[in-house]
Design a binder for this molecule. Structure first.
Ligand code: ADP
Ligand code: MG
Length: 280
């Protein structure tokens, strides 16, 4: 397995006043391997979202380095950074922002079109043409169970469906990683489970996934859980790959979401007792 993302001594400081600085990230060293499914937990205000926004280049780090796909983020121009985010990263948030006057399908393919137009003339990555992008979008909508919503506008979709739209949109340019900040935070537990099953499937398909969550049920489906406190990653737990709980699973263990006989409940308990030890 090779390294997809690495931070070294990553620091983020907010200057609040002349003599008032807030050190939100403190010397964070983090490595994410290609194909991993990582979650970040920790108390509110510990710096989870800040970490996410600094490693994806949405926010500017104060000190240290973030290497993504062998590129140092702080050395990229704004243009290079936004191209990198568009082509190599996908994002899902608690609430998805969509354009009201576009259909759901068009919302999904929009960033695909953008990537297509920007990449024209560059031979870096294979350029997907519009037909390919559209086909990809339809396939993603089928996979996430929202194919019938393609022509609808967004007011006709539920919260769970909108989050599926978000996953499709995040995947449209076949990114190397998907970042999520509490992507299931606004959903009921059934929709949350469904979204996590989808993300676990996306990860099994090879895409790296990194989520911030406060929900044990969410983190229990990830492979490695990082625990943040006061701007530092203070502990991590290797859970092992979650085998999924899909109805079309091809064997017993898959159908029951278990690995070596371990149920999802047992995974959650394993994680909970670790968090308890950490005083969370
Ligand atoms: P978490 O996601 O773990 O709840 P955050 O990363 O959102 O935590 O925030 C970590 C700390 O940084 C908090 O104390 C928060 O108030 C502070 N913070 C976040 N963004 C800003 C900002 N733009 N300016 C000043 N302080 C901020
Ligand atoms: Mg947060």
């Amino acid at each position: 397995m090779s390294v997809l993302l690495e931070t070294k001594q990553l620091n983020k400081t907010y200057v609040l006043g002349k003599q008032n600085e807030l050190n939100v990230l403190k010397d964070v060293d983090l490595k994410i391997m290609r194909g991993e499914f990582v979650s970040v937990m920790g108390p509110s205000g510990s710096g989870k979202s800040t970490l996410l926004y600094n490693i994806c280049g949405m926010d500017k780090m104060s000190e240290g380095s973030v290497l993504f796909n062998e590129k140092e983020l702080s050395r990229l121009s704004e243009k290079e950074l936004s191209a990198l985010r568009l082509n190599e990263m996908g994002f899902i948030f608690q609430q998805i922002h969509l354009l009201k006057n576009l259909s759901i399908l068009d919302n999904i393919i929009l960033s695909g079109y953008l990537a297509h137009n920007r990449r024209r003339g560059t031979a870096k990555k294979k350029v997907a043409n519009k037909k390919v992008v559209e086909k990809r979008a339809v396939k993603l909508m089928e996979k996430t169970g929202i194919a019938e919503l393609a022509g609808n506008d967004i007011s006709q979709a539920s919260g769970g469906q909108l989050q599926r739209v978000g996953i499709c949109r995040a995947l449209i340019n076949q990114p190397d990683i998907i970042f999520g900040d509490e992507p299931t935070g606004a959903l009921n537990s059934k929709s949350s489970d469904e979204i996590m099953e989808l993300l676990a499937g996306v990860n099994r398909g090879g895409t790296t996934v990194m989520l911030v969550t406060h929900d044990v049920k969410v983190a229990a489906k990830t492979e490695r859980v990082l625990f943040m406190m006061d701007g530092r990653i203070v502990a991590e737990k290797h859970m092992g790959k979650y085998p999924g709980n899909s109805d079309n699973g091809d064997n017993e263990s898959r159908r029951h979401g278990s690995q070596n006989g371990e149920s999802i409940k047992a995974r959650e308990e394993r994680l909970s007792s670790w968090l308890l030890e950490l005083g969370f």
